[in-house]
Design a protein. Structure first.
Length: 145
């Protein structure tokens, strides 16, 4: 039993790895996704399967930011770890295995919310990051936050 338990504990501990070093805004953009299907981004880097259009609104930029902040902060498995006037980064932790996904939002004055949502580990996420962003988009446009 101990021989089985130790590798499982090591695996679970590794699921909470440190944030990647490529997070944040560089030259007005968020990082491109790695060549894995566990990431989506709103900048068109020529990887059509990972591209989702940014969230757009005609509301005031600060109102847009407040809405995104409200949606994320009210999500039970999300923790906002960086909060700047034009950028929010959150960590979403899965319930069962405690996998961590990094989700970033970049706010532009043109009423666009750019985002990047990526799993820290693994290859496939079974569409979790895409579904998360689409749920945030839906709540944003329904004023459900």
């Amino acid at each position: 039993m101990k021989k089985i338990l130790l590798p499982i504990l090591v695996l679970l501990a590794s699921c909470q790895s440190s944030p990647p070093t490529n997070l944040g805004v560089v030259d007005g953009q968020l990082s491109k996704c790695p060549d894995k299907p566990n990431c989506v981004v709103s900048f068109d880097y020529g990887m059509s399967d990972q591209f989702l259009a940014p969230i757009e609104s005609e509301e005031e930029p600060e109102r847009i930011r407040q809405k995104i902040f409200g949606i994320v902060s009210k999500t039970s498995n999300a923790k906002i770890v960086e909060d700047k006037p034009d950028y929010i980064r959150a960590e979403y932790t899965s319930t069962l295995f405690r996998f961590v996904d990094d989700v970033e939002f970049l706010f532009t004055e043109a009423g666009k919310v750019h985002f990047r949502s990526a799993s820290r580990l693994g290859h496939s996420d079974l569409g979790v990051n895409k579904d998360r962003i689409e749920a945030i988009r839906f709540k944003f446009h329904q004023n459900d936050y």
